[in-house]
Each structure stands twice: as structure tokens, then as C-alpha cells.
Design a protein around this ligand. Structure first.
Ligand code: GLC
Length: 729
């Protein structure tokens, strides 16, 4: 019979038996150490930290130290601690590592799951070569409020997009198997409902009825779980008055009992201690109790577990079974990662592939919002180009939020790329503002002079990287500082004006948009954003990005999203606001505003190209969908312009009419990127099964109720022709 020590060390024996063997030998302090994650792996390692690692005080470190520190800390854990339990090193590798790709909201606008997966894979290669085994990504919170700073980190407002692209990131990060040297354990976060923060204010309360929680906010997390994501992270917010980090409904009932998740759950930063600030616990001891009983395995940074669980055990407020359950999930992750079995350090990858992917993803993520009279692409024979705005040449802003390992020296800015493309003599540059938030117009005259001297003006507008991300919510969505005045002033030069907007969220810039001839929305495009933007401006590549989040005309419309319910008084196309103070009119009693067009500035799914696409009428293969069968929804898409291009073709469905609940006016059910040559037409088809139509009904059953459904194959959520089909009993 293998004794416990050898059992834990014997790779061939199955993981659960190896965990059992270890648990039998662990002291309570060693167990609580595994449940504790610290951010204090300073460089160089202090004697205190080395001693704590020998004592098994920590199971994991996050976001601190360098590769050498991590290697030394791991050596001490494996060779000098009593049981030789390895550490796991976590880090926010969110959208790239040293080479940064667009912020995730930008990545999502590419709708290119394969490319997004490749970007995650390349980030994993670079991060694991630095001794990191776990990333706190993908962030798959559904975000329908652009005031919320973390919309930048999200994959937008739609659960289907977030499910498909979030799963692609999980596959990319984790690779073929967790125990490979270059596998990075992924983390589905923030579980759950964080993006529904009231007022768009970060960390604020989220109130989500269960039907919406399951139909929308949980769907990407279920997709991540089905893709084999290794870990989950609990959210900071309360969900219906119960903090997610102490929420047994989320962590036990759904994640463990319904979804059978057997990975590891980590709290967010200090989120266990914050249960007291929520008023949900009376002190840290109570917080440790509620978090442990709810199902949080590892505590990030705060020390409630290590400080209080022994006392809770003595008072029989928790049991050793509760503790062992948490430690088991942590050890299972470490075994799966091969950390007990001498997982080798991954080889450092070359940057070439990561730079190529970053360039491609930056190109595909840019959304062409406006292109009057086909102004774009510009011709390289242009005389002089005025480049205006501080974001034309800001390496750090270009990388966007959550790019802690991004190497600014690698960043190619649009100004540098345009100078390289056209020659410095033809590129006239004026920042005009010191930063994105500069309110001074003192430098405008020089910018205006350059505009007069040029044949066209490219104006770089938007937000600094620090204006989005965690704790960076905004009450307004306008172009910050004096940027709107700058647009106004430059328009007086009477030259063709193109705006390239870098931002971490949808902005509301209706007045400026009217003065611009063309608008490219580049998000924060990352390391290769410069060449990507230059190639798009001059037609070496064609924009193909499409919005994964609705753009409001005004912050007053928020929350605004495409998959809304009809209401009993849906506003008609002509209900575009009635001027204030005009005569009342019974026809005006619809769900609209009297002072603004109720429609979005740019709808979900929207994005223009340098060519034009035409969609035939949508067709269905049969009038009824039988239970076991499927129907095919199809439409012919033609490139009716003069250049080859990609188009993201979208499948929407609505219905049923007459079910037990009102259903959204449209819901995305599929999408395909198709490449068409000029003049080419292609039949695009989607197969729909009954299961694809399922939703939670008034009895909280997940099914597709019988009735009439509609389907669209369309270029965005506001256009396209529909076709009807029925679903029987
Ligand atoms: C932060 C974020 C979370 C991140 C963690 C570690 O507060 O909410 O997304 O992964 O702490 O940095």
C-alpha cells in the first residue's frame, strides 16, 4: 500500500487519491495557507516571505515579483516546505502580455473568435515563460452601461458574443491541456452580475431578476464552464442584496450543484473582508464564515481565512469538511497544472508572432462609423496630411486599461506609422491638447494653421487609458476636455476631416460627429494600433469591425441595448421626439423622449466597410421547426462594391409571440465572418435547433415555448428582413 507521502508524489495515481493523501497530512495552518493568496512577493524576496513560504503560509501570489522571484519562491515551496506543495502564480494577463492587443471591448468588435483565441494563446506563451501559471481572464461580465469603466474589459452587451469569444479566450489561454508548460489557467470573472452596477458606478449594487440573470448575465459563465475554464472569480457587488463573494445561490446552487463545476473559486481582491463593508457580516470572522460556507476556496489578499477559520472550527461554525472542500479544489488545480510533477518552465517566445497577431486584431477591431462620400480610404498621393491630437502619439494611452506588462517601447503610434508611410515632410503634427482631458484651447491656432496647410485632417480624439477600467466610471460620455471645441475649430478650415477615436467605452459625440466626414472607432488598440490605423486610413486594409455594444446619443438614454423588450407602446420610426412645449398629441404616447431621438447613435452589430454589401431576403428551409429537427436560415450576401472585404453576417431571432413571457425584439443567435471579393455573392446559412431558442420562461423552465418565431440574417441589429417559422409543442 503506498504510504501517504509517496502517494502524493506518485503522478500515476489519480489526482483525487493524491489529494486525499495530502489532506491527511496537512495541518490546519497549512490548509489555511493554501486558501490564502498574497500580493507581497517583493523583489528581492524578503527573508520573511521565504520563511512564510517554508511554513506553507501562502498557496498563491498575484501580480508581484518577477520571473526570478517566482522561480526562487517555487523552489523554496517545493524543496524547503514540509509537504512540498507548489505555489501558483496568478496575474492579470487580460489583453496581451508585453505585446498588447486591443482592450477586450475592442477585440470583441472583430467578432473573430479564432484570432482572439490566438491572441490569448500568445499571451499565455509569454506569461508562462515568466513563471505565471494563472491569469485572471477572461472578464465576461455583460456590460450594458457605458458609464461603467470596466466595459472596456468586457466583451460587450450580448451574451452570445460574450459566450463565443470568452470561450475562445479560455481555449487560447489554457491550450491543449492544463499540464503543459505553456498552459495558463484561465479565470471566468466576475461571477456574477458585476456589469449591472446601478448608475454604472463601479462596485455598486446589482439587482437582476433570476430570469434575466440566467438568460443574459450567467450565459457566458456557463459557456466558460463548458469550455473547461479552470477557475472562477467572485465579483465585488451584491447580487439582489447578497454579495457575490458570500452568495451560496451563485457558488453552490448554480456553479457546483447545477453546473457541476469542479475547478477552483478565488475571491476578488479583498472581497471577503469587504463583506463587512457591505453590512453583510459583522466582522472579518463572520466574513470568513460566510465566504467559506458560500463556496469561496481561495482568499485574494485579505487574511480572514488564515486569521479566523481555526476559531470558527473551534466554535463549530464551520467544519473541517468545509475547509477540506476548499483545499481540495485548490490542490486539484495545482495537480492539473502539473505543478506537483515538475512542470517545466515554458520557453520564451519570439515577439514576431505576437506582433503580427496584435496588428491583425487591431485592424479587425476598428469600426468604421461614418464615411461620407467615400472619403476613406485616402490616397497615398495626398499632398500633406494634418495629424492633430495627443492620442496620435501616446504609447501608454494606446495600450489601454489593464496592460500592466505592456512594453511601451514596443508600441507603434499612429503618428509614427503615418510618418513612415508618407514621409515626415508630408505629415504635419500638432497635439493641440496636452492630454485627452486638457481643457485649454491655447494650442488650437497652431492646429488650425496646419489644417489650412493640409489636404486632409486626421483628428485623434477620445479618452486616456486611465479614464476606463476598474474604478473609472464616468457620469458623462462626452469627448473629454476641449476636444469638442477642437472639432468645431478645425471644421472651420473646410478640409476633409477624419476622426480616429480611441476610448475604453462607447462615447456620445453626436454634435462632433455631424462635423466629421469620417469616423474610425479604434478603442485602445494596443501595441500595433498605429500601423493598423495607418493601413486602414490609406486602404491597405479595409475596416470590418462591428459594434458589440450599443452607442447612445446621450448618456440620458443609458441603459440602452438592442435586445430590449417591445413595451406596450413601442415608439414608431416617426416618434423621434416631439419638440419641447408643442401641443400634446395622443399619437405621442409612446415609449420615447420628448427631447431626443430614442434610437441609438449607432446600433449593436453596426460597422461600415470600404465596399458595400447587399443582403437578399432572409429565407427559412421549412415553415415549422420540429422538436428533433432543425431549420436552416439563409440569405445571399453580395459584395456590391469595388473591393474585397470581410463582413460579419449576423443571425437574430425573436419570439415566440404568445409565450409565457415577453421576449426581446431580437436576440443574436449566430454570426459568421465572411470574406467576399468585389462582385462576389455567397449564400450564408445558419442551422437552428429547438435548443438554440431556449430561454427561461415564467416558470423558470429553460425551454423554447411553442409559437411563432422570426429570424433575420442582417448586417446589424437594426436592419435586415425577417422570416417567420413556428415551433410546435
Ligand atoms: C481587481 C479586479 C480583478 C483583478 C484582481 C487582481 O480588483 O477586480 O478583475 O483580477 O483585482 O488584480
Amino acid at each position: 500500500m503506498l504510504v501517504a507521502a509517496n502517494l502524493a508524489a506518485a503522478p500515476a495515481v489519480n489526482i483525487e487519491q493524491r489529494i486525499d493523501a495530502l489532506l491527511k497530512r496537512m495541518t490546519i495552518e497549512e490548509k489555511l495557507g493554501q486558501m490564502s493568496q498574497s500580493t507581497s512577493l517583493a523583489t528581492p524576496l524578503s527573508d520573511e516571505i521565504k520563511q512564510q513560504i517554508r511554513q506553507g503560509r501562502w498557496g498563491s501570489f498575484l501580480n508581484t515579483g518577477n520571473a526570478a522571484d517566482r522561480m526562487e519562491a517555487q523552489r523554496i515551496a517545493l524543496q524547503e516546505s514540509r509537504l512540498g506543495i507548489p505555489l501558483i502564480f496568478g496575474r492579470d494577463v487580460i489583453h496581451g502580455y508585453r505585446i498588447v492587443v486591443p482592450i477586450p471591448l475592442g477585440e470583441s468588435a472583430s467578432w473573430d473568435a479564432d484570432l482572439i483565441s490566438r491572441a490569448a494563446r500568445e499571451a499565455a506563451l509569454a506569461a508562462t515563460a515568466d513563471g505565471i501559471q494563472w491569469t485572471f481572464a477572461p472578464m465576461i461580465d455583460i456590460a450594458r452601461d457605458p458609464r461603467w469603466g470596466r466595459i472596456a474589459e468586457s466583451l460587450g452587451e450580448d451574451p452570445h458574443v460574450a459566450s463565443v469569444l470568452g470561450a475562445a479566450m479560455v481555449r487560447g489561454f489554457q491550450g491543449e491541456s492544463l499540464d503543459r508548460a505553456d498552459s495558463l489557467a484561465a479565470c471566468a470573472k466576475h461571477y456574477a452580475g458585476y456589469g449591472a452596477a446601478e448608475g454604472g458606478r463601479d462596485y455598486n449594487s446589482a439587482w437582476i431578476p433570476e430570469i434575466l440573470l440566467r438568460d443574459v448575465y450567467l450565459r457566458p459563465f456557463r459557456a466558460a464552464r463548458d469550455t473547461g475554464v479552470a477557475t472562477f472569480m467572485t465579483a465585488f457587488n451584491t447580487l439582489n442584496a447578497v454579495p457575490a463573494t458570500g452568495n451560496g445561490f451563485l457558488l453552490r446552487d448554480i456553479l457546483r450543484n447545477e453546473w457541476k463545476f469542479d475547478g477552483m473559486v478565488v475571491s476578488d481582491y479583498d472581497a471577503i473582508a469587504e463583506l463587512t463593508a457591505h453590512g453583510y457580516t459583522s466582522d472579518a470572522r463572520d466574513a470568513a464564515r460566510k465566504a467559506l460556507l458560500a463556496g469561496v476556496d481561495m482568499e485574494m489578499v485579505s487574511t480572514a481565512y488564515f486569521d479566523w477559520v481555526k476559531s470558527l472550527l473551534q466554535a463549530q461554525l464551520v467544519t473541517m469538511k468545509d475547509v477540506d472542500g476548499a483545499v481540495r479544489n485548490i490542490l486539484r488545480l495545482k495537480f492539473r497544472l502539473g505543478l506537483f510533477d515538475g512542470r517545466p518552465a515554458a520557453a520564451k517566445p519570439s515577439d514576431a508572432q505576437a506582433l503580427d497577431t496584435a496588428g491583425r486584431l487591431a485592424t479587425e477591431s476598428v469600426v468604421l462609423l461614418k464615411n461620407s462620400n467615400g472619403l476613406l480610404p485616402l490616397k497615398k498621393t495626398i499632398g500633406k496630411l494634418a495629424v492633430i491630437g495627443p492620442l496620435a502619439d501616446s504609447r501608454t494611452d494606446q495600450m489601454g486599461t489593464w496592460s500592466m506588462d505592456g512594453d511601451a517601447r514596443e508600441v507603434r503610434t499612429p503618428l509614427a506609422a503615418l510618418r513612415e508611410m508618407l514621409g515626415s515632410d508630408r505629415v504635419l503634427y500638432a497635439p493641440a491638447l496636452k492630454s485627452a482631458i486638457d481643457a485649454s484651447t491655447a494650442e488650437f491656432p497652431r492646429a488650425l494653421r496646419l489644417a489650412h496647410e493640409s489636404d486632409a485632417v486626421v483628428l485623434f480624439l477620445g479618452e486616456a487609458a486611465t479614464m476606463s477600467g476598474e474604478a473609472r466610471s464616468r457620469a458623462f460620455l462626452n469627448l473629454p476636455g476641449a476636444q469638442e471645441e477642437l472639432v468645431e475649430r478645425l471644421a472651420s478650415a473646410g478640409k476633409p476631416m477624419i476622426a480616429v477615436i480611441m476610448a475604453g467605452r462607447p462615447l456620445a459625440f453626436h454634435r462632433s460627429a455631424e462635423k466629421l466626414d469620417a469616423i474610425l472607432y479604434a478603442w485602445h488598440p494596443g501595441t500595433m494600433g498605429g500601423p493598423a490605423i495607418a493601413h486602414l486610413l490609406f486602404g491597405d486594409s479595409a475596416p470590418s469591425g462591428k459594434l458589440t455594444v450599443t452607442f447612445p446619443r446621450s448618456v440620458g438614454q443609458v441603459p440602452i441595448y438592442y435586445a430590449h423588450l417591445s413595451t406596450g407602446r413601442p415608439p414608431g420610426a416617426n416618434d423621434l421626439g416631439v419638440p419641447m412645449g408643442t401641443r400634446e398629441n395622443p399619437q405621442d404616447y409612446t415609449s420615447r423622449y420628448i427631447d431626443l431621438d430614442f434610437t441609438p447613435e449607432y446600433p449593436f452589430g453596426y460597422g461600415l466597410s470600404y465596399t458595400t454589401f447587399e443582403y437578399s431576403a432572409t429565407r427559412v428551409s421549412a415553415p415549422a421547426l420540429t422538436s428533433a429537427g432543425s431549420v436552416t436560415i439563409s440569405a445571399q450576401v453580395a459584395d456590391t462594391g469595388h473591393r474585397d472585404a470581410d463582413e460579419v453576417v449576423q443571425l437574430y431571432v425573436s419570439g415566440p409571440v404568445g409565450g409565457s413571457v415577453a421576449r426581446p425584439v431580437r436576440e443574436l443567435k449566430g454570426f459568421k465572418r465572411v470574406h467576399l471579393k468585389a462582385g462576389q455573392r455567397q449564400m450564408v446559412e445558419f442551422s437552428i435547433r429547438r435548443a438554440d431558442l431556449a430561454y427561461y420562461n415564467s416558470r423558470m423552465e429553460f425551454s423554447a415555448e411553442p409559437g411563432n418565431y422570426r429570424a433575420w440574417i442582417a448586417p446589424d441589429s437594426a436592419r435586415g428582413t425577417s422570416v417567420e417559422f413556428t415551433v410546435g409543442n
